[in-house]
Ligand binder design. Structure first.
Ligand code: NAD
Length: 541
């Protein structure tokens, strides 16, 4: 155990590389992309630090070219889930006994490995498997994940140093123990950084973890495990399995040692898991911690005093970057009648210059959506909007799945404030616009607040400070992350802690101390130096 009160290096946000055309960094990244595209990866599960194969091989296809399989993964069975749980529980004691500095060093080393030798590999894996362009891959799989690792180490030490006061003759201490049992991380396809953060932040706090990544993020998940292994993470602390989500959840959540769920994904899946936990509550040795960040229907509300170019740019970037597949993506906009013609014209002019295609060509702003299912869902909303009396498709709308799953950035205009695409999460490059009468600003704010069950991100655009203040108050509970004169995407670790409420999640703010608090169980310790030797208090005479 340590004989020093060590301080960790101060966390600073990882600088975002620009990947300017012709630069050495873009050449290096694209060379890695091309090499990995041809590699035909064979991706095993990792249980107890060992590669685990199975008899079922599943093809991995790239969203930008679904005929091209870049490899396969081994799909596991319920036996692998058992083995991952048992292994985690066996690793628990040694991991728990290791000093926090040793744990911190592993994750700080992982951050440095990712910032340096693994940067291209994780970015390229995210470009191939999840269809992110160079910039989207860089801000997610490199910078955000590096930030999560470094800032969480700093938050961990801040937490550990929070100690109670002590009266004379006693010493009070607070100990931040890991949860008793094992933890379960279930991660989505859309952010490599989230896939990395959910299991690692639990492990950083001394927990042992069973991690089930999305089957659409497996190439990058494999690189994450490679980095953690090279950083020295001991075998069994994080066990990565590729198994059926529902069956795995049923098995994990019936285990008496299940101690915590860290989930990011859709609302319905999270609610299903919460029900399972509730139904099994009598089986667990301890009440499990439940953290889930889920769906969104993120808004942009524009006041008549807003700057038109800022609004149009906020909408084009906020709605269409990464094909609208950020949980924070703008998907409904409320624009005053007086500004709409200019906003529309500016958006049209900007969208005319937008290129769509494979991330292999960095000049493509838009790439493919993640799957055939997602493509069909987007196409369905577009086709229904074209036919509906309430709405029309005014920009984009073309879909082409002949080679990859490409959906043009699409704007639907509706006159119905409850139109389906204004209320439901689509998770694709589709923005629905509702134009309101300028004098109905206050009513429109109410509409924004009440239109969907979600409360993840939202933005107001206005120059009038009274309008900003009114929106700030009226939309207090409409989003967990609120933006003023900026797009509702792009939260940065350590700067805008991220998470939503209502149907969008438990709002435990990934990348903050608030989140890490969920993965510890505090022990209060009181030590009395000179113990009383007689039961009689002075008042007894
Ligand atoms: P998803 O819910 O389909 O999958 C998430 C994870 O759950 C995957 O690992 C998947 O395999 C697993 N899973 C699927 N069905 C399951 C079941 N029945 N039981 C247990 N596990 C199951 O989500 P996705 O398509 O990967 O990601 C998109 C969703 O995630 C969107 O709804 C988006 O808003 C949300 N999201 C939210 C945030 C946030 O911070 N609020 C961030 C990213 C993504």
């Amino acid at each position: 155990m340590s004989k020093a009160i060590s301080q960790v290096p101060m966390a600073v946000n990882e600088p975002v590389r620009s990947y300017a055309p012709g630069s050495a960094e873009v050449k290096s990244l694209l060379a890695t992309y091309k090499a990995m595209w041809k590699e035909k990866a064979e991706i095993p599960m990792i249980i107890n630090g060992k590669e685990v194969q199975s008899s079922e091989k599943v093809r991995l296809v790239s969203p930008q070219d679904h005929q091209h399989d870049f490899g396969f993964y081994y799909k596991g069975t319920m036996q692998d889930v058992d083995s991952a749980i048992n292994t985690a529980l066996e690793a628990k004691e040694n991991w728990n006994n290791l000093g926090w500095e040793q744990r911190a060093a592993i994750f700080l080393k992982a951050a440095d490995l990712l910032a340096g030798p693994y940067r291209d590999r994780l970015n390229a894996a995210t470009m191939i498997g999840q269809s992110k362009n160079v910039h989207q891959a860089e801000i997610d799989s490199a910078c955000e994940f590096i930030d999560f690792l470094r800032f969480n180490v700093e938050f961990m030490t801040e937490m550990y140093s929070e100690q109670p006061v002590s009266d004379e003759g006693i010493w009070n201490r607070t100990e931040y123990r890991p949860l008793e049992g094992f933890c379960f991380a279930v991660t989505p396809f859309n952010f490599t950084a989230i896939a990395g953060n959910l299991p690692t932040c639990m492990a950083m706090m001394g927990n042992v973890v069973v991690w089930k990544p999305s089957d659409k993020q497996i190439l990058a998940a494999k690189v994450i495990m490679d980095i953690l292994t090279e950083a020295g993470l001991p075998a069994g602390v994080i066990n990565m399995i590729f198994t059926d989500g529902k069956e795995t959840a049923e098995k994990v959540m019936a285990h008496p040692d299940f101690a915590g769920l860290h989930f990011t994904g859709s609302t319905s899946v999270f609610q299903g898991m919460w029900k399972m936990i509730g139904n099994n509550i009598h089986k667990f040795k301890t009440y499990p911690r439940i953290v889930g960040e889920t769906g969104g229907k993120d808004f942009v509300v524009v006041h008549s005093s807003a700057n038109v170019d800022a609004v149009a740019t906020g909408l084009v970037r906020g709605a269409f970057e990464y094909q609208g597949q950020k949980c924070s993506a703008a998907s409904r906009a409320y624009v005053p009648k007086s500004l709409w013609p200019k906003v529309k014209e500016t958006m049209e002019a900007q969208l005319k210059t937008v290129k769509m295609g494979s991330p292999e060509d960095p000049s493509n702003f838009i790439n493919a959506v993640i799957s055939q299912g997602s493509f069909d869902k987007c196409k369905g909303y577009i086709e229904r909007a074209e036919k509906s009396a309430d709405s029309s498709v005014i920009m984009g709308g073309k879909c082409d799945d002949s080679r990859g799953w490409f959906v043009e950035p699409t704007v639907i205009l509706t006159t119905n404030p409850n139109y389906e695409s204004l209320c439901e999460e689509i998770f694709g490059p589709i923005l629905t616009v509702y134009v309101y009468e300028d004098e109905k600003w206050s009513e429109t704010l109410k509409l924004v607040d009440q239109t969907s069950p979600y409360s993840l991100t939202g933005a107001v655009f206005a120059q009038d400070r009274y309008a900003i203040a009114e929106a700030y108050k009226a939309l207090e509970n409409a989003s967990g992350n609120f933006y003023i004169n900026d797009k509702p995407t792009g939260a940065v670790v350590g700067q805008q802690p991220f998470g939503g409420a209502r149907a969008s999640g438990t709002n435990d703010k990934a990348g903050s101390k608030m989140n890490l608090m969920r993965w510890v169980s505090v022990r209060s310790i009181k030590e009395t130096f000179v113990s009383p030797k007689d039961y009689k208090y002075p008042y007894l005479g």
